[in-house]
Write a new protein. Structure first.
Length: 83
């Protein structure tokens, strides 16, 4: 997997997850939607969860985005033990 898909019907929870990936994963992942105030309209996976169906049946919003892995190499910290 080169993608991280996040969604929630609770805006604060979704925004927190999104901000966390943007803050700590920004070197390796790109948000499909650059504007943090916008969200995907459709589930890109194509198979909704039971909760998603229930929320949409109530005409309530579901917040979504996808982060795509870029080509940056992962940085691995080298730990050197001094004797």
């Amino acid at each position: 997997g080169r993608e991280i898909f996040i969604q929630s019907d609770i805006k604060d929870v979704f925004d927190n997850m999104r901000e966390t990936v943007r803050e700590f994963g920004d070197e390796y992942f790109i948000d499909a939607i650059p504007d943090i105030g916008e969200y995907m309209d459709e589930n890109p996976v194509g198979v909704p969860t039971e909760r998603e169906v229930s929320v949409l049946d109530q005409d309530l919003p579901v917040y979504r985005t996808v982060f795509t892995r870029n080509s940056n190499d992962l940085k691995v910290e080298e730990k050197v033990e001094r004797v």
